[in-house]
Design a protein around this ligand. Sequence first.
Ligand code: SAM
Length: 274
Amino acid sequence: MSGTADREYVLGTHDEELARLGLQHRVWRPTALACWHRAGITVGSRVLDVGAGPGFAAVDLAEIVGPTGRVVAVELSSRFAAAGRQACAARGLTHVEFHELDLMQNELPAGGFDASWCRWVACFVPSPRALVAKVVAALRVGGVAVFHEYADYASWRFSPRLPLQEEFVQKVMASWRESGGEPDIALALPPLLAEAGCVVREVTPRVFTGRPRDHLWQWPATFLNVNLDRMRDLGQVTTEWAEAAWQEFRAAEANPDALVVTPLLLEIIAERVV
Ligand SMILES: C[S@@+](CC[C@H](N)C(=O)[O-])C[C@H]1O[C@@H](n2cnc3c(N)ncnc32)[C@H](O)[C@@H]1O
């Protein structure tokens, strides 16, 4: 997106990040669909998509709730919001709205929502407490707040272990924290949800493993590829270090017995009771 000012989160809103979010959604899609089903999201539901990115989940949610339902997607980046609007228009999904707003500064659109969906957003905001309070207040009593967030990002590992990849994870976590976020925010969410008037119905760990031949492998591969370049461009690592980390990963990829273990994520479903 070079050249245009956009309100960016720490991983950026450039083309590669937009494509990476699409691939990430495709890997996680079956898990998200099953989660939404268990949370009761169905035809006619009114759903708030919090920090919707380029709208990959919003499109799926809109198709599930249908024209008698409503999806309201809120997003910081105007570039991502525009991509989301375009994706919905291309599919004739007229019951989706994208609002460009800062979850930390702005009020959420009123809606008395039946459900909210918030994935990999609480980890980037300086006040998860304010985020949770706003999201819960946007639900009707009986509505459900659904979160997918990491609980132990450093549990992202390979077998055989890759020392530079593990160092990379530490650097990512440090830059995330320097920008005001907390990678392992899932651990803080259940008490914050209770404080905001919810009963936490389910907390389920989600971890995957995969081999280089699996589609899943492309998710960590893309994250490494895009973010090694970004860290190098931002001067956070040297070109030599980034190249060595990439070569270490490529060697693992050439080994059919290599295994990736994805970072521990918690799926949280909470119901607003007051
Ligand atoms: C990792 S992406 C996840 C996008 C989407 N939820 C998904 O699962 O594909 C994080 C998103 O949160 C958005 N975001 C971060 N801080 C925000 C804020 N303060 N207000 C609104 N959106 C924010 C970013 O712009 C980005 O689109």
